[in-house]
Design a protein around this ligand. Sequence first.
Ligand code: BV8
Ligand code: ZN
Length: 252
Amino acid sequence: MDFPPATATEASQERVADRITPESCVVFLTGAGVSAESGVPTFRGEDGIWNNFRPEELANFDSFLRNPARVQSWYRHRSEIVTSVQPNAGHIAIADLQWKVNACVVITQNVDNLHQRAGSETVIELHGSILRNYCIECGEPYHGDFNQKDSSVITCPCGGTVRPDVVWFGETLPENTFRAAEEQTGQSDIFLVVGTSGVVYPAAGLVHLAKESGAFLVEVNIQPTELTPLMDVSLFGKSGEILPGIVERLEA
Ligand code: BV8
Ligand code: ZN
């Protein structure tokens, strides 16, 4: 029987909620799509910030060394966006779920701190955070104003250039961070992949690990992705609508 889209989504929300019990170990892998309804542009969608720039131009160390002021101002612009917006209903539903199950871990590719602001207490930031900066010479965190009015390069008191604390293409993810993500993934009963195109590795590799580890795989996205064939259930729609629908259906 063909459900109209909305009912299909409600039926599959029910199906996902039925898999979550108070004893469950729930792990989320989130991408830019979970922050889209907060007003944070994604990378590769219609509004994708990388439609105008190629990621290689901005999100890698060599382009940073060639033009630090340009990369610093791009990250300053993005940090102004993420600090000016609010977590949306999808972030909040994920945070609410942590009080209803034995374990709830958020593994995020996002660098916007919105899961933490929504109240999620166990967040693994695979790609770092644009709210943190550090000096490439002495390695010290940089707490100074990242808001240079003119286009001069922001430097550390030691004279070194300041960079955002994010993982760029060609840079390895912090070892202990990725190991923690793998451990949590390997222990998950249900693994929900929310708002990611699944094209960036090794983050997307966690979905394959979850499948091999026997987790029930759920995708929440507005459209199919490269990861859809791996899923037990794909819920197509906005995460800010679907995630609250799942959490509301959990046994109180
Ligand atoms: C590395 C920086 C070791 C911070 C980012 C295989 C193994 C290992 C590496 C590779 C490999 N294959 C290729 C590589 C190299 C590379 C890579 O993956 N390239 C890809 C592009 C082919 N990986 C690396 O370089 C990684 N490092 O592996 O080190 C190494 C070292 C040297 C040589 C080899 C290996 C480092 C990767 C980290 C890169 N840094 N960002 C920043 O500026 O943000 S990645 C960037 O993409 C962001 O961090 C972002 O989080 C990430 C993933 O993007 P998504 O989050 O998925 O966002 P996207 O826009 O793509 O999709 C949004 C989705 O949401 C869409 O599906 C859309 O439909 C959906 N959506 C929209 N609205 C909604 C929604 N869904 C629900 N509701 C909505 N409302
Ligand atoms: Zn320094």
